[in-house]
Design a protein around this ligand. Structure first.
Ligand code: BJW
Ligand code: ZN
Length: 237
């Protein structure tokens, strides 16, 4: 069983530190996770909301869900876990943050080298002309429309959709080059993000999982720190 002290030492000696985060990192800010007892998928069916088919069938329903989440996220702030990751970046020789979160809280906290694997809830993209923009406004009427008249969609990655090729390249490149990788607050079931820990380990990284529960990373990570991200991450500084 690894101790906080031994993990802190590994981080201090790392040539390249990579942090992979999931919804658990934002939980202590008040952003609901997807899976688990209070998760979004308890009340909402993933295939009815987070797929291109769902959007095609009922864009208003999908947008109502995203508008509700945008409102919720607008009212929250980064927590000590986000801030600790900012500090890890400042101290590291080389650093990458790969997040599955769409809430933007890492950048708001001050993280610089951030790869948003699943896009951003603050981005919108036109389904007709393809123009993408950042829009934090509260939409007057749902579903929102582009200046060209086309239907806008959230700038996130839904199930069955390919991730941006550049994003995939950056995430897997960082994982292969990591000497230490922290996998924090993710259930490690959604691909391809769920493979990054194993890719890093196979390339020689020391992989540390930080979670309140056991996940499929159990057999993959070299070390596990059980606890809340907002408590464990600051303790690693
Ligand atoms: C704490 C804590 C605290 C709580 N402190 N911890 C290979 C095999 C099988 C299937 C596939 C495959 N390759 C692709 C697929 C299909 C699919 C997939 O993976 N499905 C699986 C579920 C089976 N993947 C895709 O479709 C991806 N696309 C793709 O691969 O394209 C090519 C392709 C397509 C089809 C077939 C094959 C190839 C796209 C995935 C997009 C995911 N999108 C979402 C929604 C984003 C937009 C939005 O937010 O609305 O992304 S789904 C949702 O899950 C969201 C998250 O980013 C993602 C991951 O969730 P995360 O972050 O892990 O959250 P939770 O809730 O699951 O876990 C929270 C964790 O925190 C828990 O472990 C808690 O214990 C912990 N925790 N509080 C520390 N305080
Ligand atoms: Zn347009």
């Amino acid at each position: 069983m690894a101790t906080i002290d031994s993990v802190r030492e590994s981080i201090a000696g790392a040539d390249s530190l990579v942090v992979l985060t999931g919804a658990g990192v934002s939980a202590e800010s008040g952003v609901p996770t997807f899976r688990g007892t209070d998760g979004l998928w308890r009340k909402h069916n993933a295939t009815e909301l987070a797929t291109p088919e769902a959007f095609e069938k009922d864009p208003l329903l999908v947008w109502e869900w995203y508008a509700w989440r945008r409102d919720l996220i607008r009212g929250v702030s980064p927590n000590p876990g986000h801030h600790a990751i900012v500090e890890l970046e400042k101290r590291a020789k080389e650093f990458s943050l790969i997040t599955q979160n769409v809430d933007g809280l890492h950048s708001m906290a001050g993280s610089i080298n951030v790869v948003e694997m699943h896009g951003s809830i603050w981005k919108v993209r036109c389904t007709a002309c393809g123009v993408e923009s950042v829009d934090r406004e509260v939409f007057g009427e749902l579903p929102p429309r582009c200046a060209c008249g086309g239907l806008l969609r959230p700038g996130v990655v839904w199930f069955g959709e390919s991730l941006d090729a550049d994003v995939i390249g950056k995430a897997f490149g960082a994982a292969k080059g990591a000497s230490v990788m922290l996998v924090v607050g993710t259930s490690s079931v959604v691909q391809p993000a769920a493979s990054l820990g194993a890719v890093a380990r196979d390339a020689g990284a020391y992989v540390v999982e930080i979670n309140i529960e056991e996940t499929p990373m159990h057999g993959v990570a070299d070390a596990h720190l059980t606890g809340r991200a907002g408590e464990v991450l600051p303790a690693l500084l």
